[in-house]
Design a protein around this ligand. Structure first.
Ligand code: 9MR
Length: 648
């Protein structure tokens, strides 16, 4: 019996949390018992106790003086590293949590325990994001490849890590595999995912009421008909499909391919035909574009047909009428599927992505490319005709809201993509005339280079990198907005003892903060592609360190990567924590990460008083800190490809 909806935005209910089945002790990849956070707390193992001697490890979960009100978390060793590893030729840094204010000695040992290097740490004071007193260490000089390295400080050993040249190849394909796993309307074949992850198609025509092939649109003055809006990817832990969020996700998948056409040293082969685990492999089209097309086809089905009110616009979203319980395998969803009103933001997402698809599919399927361009043009025209149809923030029964009342960024993005594909002046004028043009802070907001609600940067990144009809001067101006924003994110990384290129206003980590870190890394990586400056590349690698364990919680946020990885993210099928017959999240799934807002009952209860970067718990019910979604895995895939390319 699935739990009924776990969250306020899903309905309500603390009571449901309490009715969650008790979880078994988690196993690590070798099958050993792994202490869960809950178990550690129950055993009274406050971090100070775990990591006691000498000066090392006086970890707190919040700023000094506030410790008494802070939750107690198991953060393991106070010596923090990237638990996957460091590229042979790149910055290699770590952080130690300590009460010491004077430098300490660090020792790097190989897998046999043989000392390979040592040095002194650098005191860094109190880290603002965590309240921890920290010091940093730097072993960049070591460039001997190997596995099982550790760093020891004051008798405390880090998790093991590698130094090498091919550490990110599998993350590149695992992060992309996420999308096939989460396809709607198609059987997920064990040939590609293995027995545990195989499942019947969800929401296809055999589903209750014809699933998404006959979704109901019943909105006064808008529609009273059914549409086939099957296919696409499920958004996240829920089974909603949202044009706004689908748009940025498919754009970033396409961009990870498009980057290989221009970036120095970028390798298209690992994204090419026959390289990914998708059913279309062998069809002559790069596999990453096949995956993108699965979503693109869905987005195009979301366009209001000719002859109907708001023709040419896109429905904002479609999802269950009421929130379903967790777990619910997609094919067992009994809820009616409903379409929500068209919006300007969704329409421009469709215009932008269809325009990008048109130029990328041209060499592989000219007919398809032509259709994409027609859709893009008609969507643009419809958005111009209805520039202020906004999706409400309150429309969150049965699905997420994705409300957005500022569409200047969507207009900028769509105009840029249409211009790059067609070279036409109408579109050029539209982005040149935008109030955002030339303003690095507006194009790339401080908190996150791009996000589902702020997509102008997607246009600017493409204008800066994709060959097109821009004048030299126009292109230089756009490029300088990219490097200006990248300078800002690089300075965040350099000022952070954990190296994270993220410094949200008021030190408030937001819902999906890990994706915001990654999207800042996308801007940094693009600046590196454009200029070759090490500063940008180093900040990307430091961001990777943060995501893979070099952070205040000693947590790798990517399933299957690192010793202390997230493995209980909120997902209705990968719900092993609630039902042991179901699988855990697949390798390469990114958790949303710390969220100062604590917007679900479990996080509220367990993490009350947490410091921003520590507002995270690896529990399936903690959906506001531990969900997974397409727009978070998309930049992970983009960045993994970039980092893998650096290792060649
Ligand atoms: O990523 C979204 C985040 O920016 C919002 O603050 C949050 C609350 O509205 O919703 C997030 O998106 C969720 C969506 O509404 C429903 N599917 C799961 C998404 C990730 O948690």
């Amino acid at each position: 019996m699935p739990l009924r909806c776990p969250c306020p935005r899903f309905g309500s209910a603390d009571a449901l949390i309490h009715s969650a089945p008790r979880t078994r002790p988690a196993l690590d990849r070798t099958g050993r018992r792994r202490r869960t956070l809950g178990a550690a707390v129950a055993a009274g193992l406050a971090l100070g106790a775990l990591a006691a001697p000498a000066a090392v490890a006086a970890d707190h979960t919040g700023p000094r003086g506030a410790g008494a009100d802070r939750p107690t978390l198991d953060t393991g060793s106070p010596v923090r590293v990237n638990q996957v590893g460091y590229p042979t030729h790149g910055a290699k840094k770590g952080t130690v949590v300590t009460s010491a204010t004077k430098p300490l000695t660090w020792t790097l040992r190989d897998a046999d325990g043989v000392k390979r290097a040592s040095g002194r740490t650098t005191p860094a004071g109190i880290d603002r994001s965590s309240g921890q007193n920290v010091q940093t260490f730097d072993f960049s000089e070591v460039s001997t490849p190997g596995k099982g390295y550790t760093v020891t400080i004051g008798g405390k050993k880090s998790e093991p890590f590698a130094i090498g040249d091919n550490l990110y190849g599998s993350l590149r394909s695992d992060a992309l595999a996420y999308f096939y796993h989460n396809r709607s309307g198609i059987k997920i074949d064990k040939k590609f995912v293995g027995d545990a992850y195989a499942r019947p198609a969800g929401h296809d025509k055999k589903a209750a009421r014809g699933g998404d092939t006959r979704a109901r649109c019943s909105l006064k003055g808008v529609c009273d008909y059914r549409r086939d809006v099957s296919g696409g990817w499920y958004d996240a832990g829920d089974h909603g499909k949202y044009v706004v969020n689908g748009g940025i996700s498919v754009a970033q998948l396409m961009s990870s391919y498009e980057r290989t056409l221009t970036a120095p040293g970028a390798d298209a082969a690992p994204l090419g035909d026959g390289r990914l685990r998708v059913p279309e492999r062998g069809n002559g089209t790069p596999d990453v574009l096949d995956e993108a097309r699965w979503e693109m086809d869905f987005l195009m089905r979301m366009q209001v047909p000719e002859g109907r009110p708001f023709a040419g616009m896109a429905f904002h979203k479609m999802h269950d009428k009421q929130w379903t319980g967790i777990p619910t395998r997609p094919d067992r969803d009994e809820q009616p599927r409903v379409l929500r009103p068209p919006s300007t933001a969704a329409t421009l997402n469709l215009a932008a992505t269809a325009a990008q698809a048109a130029r990328l599919f041209q060499p592989y399927d000219a007919e398809y490319a032509k259709r994409c361009l027609e859709v893009a043009r008609s969507a643009w025209a419809a958005a111009k005709a209805h520039p202020d149809k906004f999706a409400s923030d309150r429309d969150s029964v049965g699905g997420g809201a994705y409300g957005d009342r500022d569409v200047r960024d969507e207009f900028y993005w769509a105009a840029s993509e249409l211009f790059l594909t067609t070279g036409e002046n109408t579109y050029r004028k539209a982005f040149l005339g935008s109030p955002l043009h030339g303003d690095a802070d507006a194009l790339f907001p401080r908190v996150s280079g791009v996000s589902w609600a702020s997509v102008a940067g997607l246009g600017a990144l493409d204008l800066a990198t994709v060959p097109g009809n821009l004048t030299g001067e126009q292109r230089a101006a756009v490029r300088s907005t990219v490097t200006e924003a990248a300078d800002r994110y690089a300075s965040f990384s350099e000022k952070s003892a954990y190296g994270v290129p993220y410094a949200p206003k008021g030190n408030r980590y937001e819902w999906g903060s890990n994706s915001q870190v990654l999207n800042n890394m996308v801007v940094l990586a693009t600046a590196h592609d454009l200029t070759g400056k090490d500063r940008y590349r180093d900040a990307v690698l430091r961001g990777m360190d943060y995501l893979l364990g070099g952070n205040p919680l000693n947590q790798s946020y990517v399933t299957g990567y690192g010793e202390r990885d997230s493995r209980n993210q909120h997902h209705r099928f990968w719900a092993h924590q609630l039902d042991r017959k179901l699988p855990r999240p697949a390798r390469g799934s990114l958790a949303g990460g710390p969220n100062s807002g604590l917007e679900d009952p479990l996080s509220k209860k367990k993490l009350k008083g947490c410091a921003p970067a520590m507002c995270y718990t690896d529990d399936i019910m903690a959906f506001s800190t531990n969900e997974i979604t397409i727009n978070w895995n998309a930049p992970l895939a983009w960045i993994s490809a970039y980092v893998d390319d650096q290792e060649r």
